[in-house]
Design a protein. Structure first.
Length: 205
């Protein structure tokens, strides 16, 4: 299976771009969705978190208290490492399973931390959605201020924890600059899609 890695910083437009590829019939494997599901009720990962951190890590209904866990590991590098050692192999395993079972001519692996977590190893090519940091701030706040009550400080924290714009660009084979109008995206995606179809086809021959 020929794999395109898709990444970009918070609020850069990864989802907007991956939706456009999906409209061309391309399967999108989303590392964030997988990361959430490995902590579903009844999972071995959730049991391990409960055994390690205690009942405080769970909400009253038995599901993971994500806000608590995020805050707990944010200020404690050793706990963060413990959590990563638990979750990263499970996430990688599930990503591989989903990439292998995809039926489209090629498959997209979409991950905000593609570069940081070395998921680029699983990809034949990397597409970065690139915007200025100011655009990231404005669009993330605009999107999340009402539904998720995200604050300016939280956006800054997430940006600081992600790779820099330059680090992502260094890992890129292709770049979509998304500082401009959203209406400019479909034509760029269509052109890249045509190219990826050829590359994936050539690899299979
Ligand atoms: P995250 O990493 O936070 O999940 P993302 O990279 O998936 O973000 P999107 O959710 O696709 O980013 O885009 C962020 C917000 O910006 C969304 O509300 C989206 O509709 C909007 N957006 C995307 N591209 C543009 C554009 N070119 N012009 C204006 N708004 C845009």
């Amino acid at each position: 299976m020929w794999v395109l890695g898709l990444t970009g910083g918070i609020g850069s437009g990864k989802t907007t771009v991956s939706d456009l590829f999906a409209a061309h019939g391309i399967t999108v494997v989303d590392a964030d969705v997988i990361a959430r599901h490995i902590m579903d009720p009844g999972s071995a990962a959730l049991d391990a978190v409960k055994a390690h951190f205690g009942q405080a890590a769970l909400q009253a209904d038995g599901t993971l208290n994500r806000a608590w866990l995020r805050a707990r590991v944010f200020s404690d590098p050793a706990e963060k490492q413990w959590l990563n050692q638990l979750t990263h192999p499970l996430i990688r395993q599930e990503i591989l399973a989903q990439l292998h079972s995809a039926q489209s001519p090629y498959v997209i692996l979409s991950a905000p931390l593609l570069v940081e977590n070395k998921l680029t190893e699983l990809c034949d090519r990397v597409l970065v959605v690139d915007v200025s940091e100011d655009t990231q701030r404005t669009r993330t706040l605009q999107r999340d201020k009402v539904t998720r009550h995200t604050t300016k400080d939280q956006v800054e924290q997430i940006m600081a924890a992600q790779a820099t714009r330059q680090q992502r660009l260094d890992a890129a084979d292709d770049v979509i600059n998304n500082d401009g109008d959203i209406a400019l995206l479909p034509a760029q995606v269509a052109a890249l899609h045509a190219r990826y179809l050829t590359l994936a086809h050539d690899q299979r021959r």
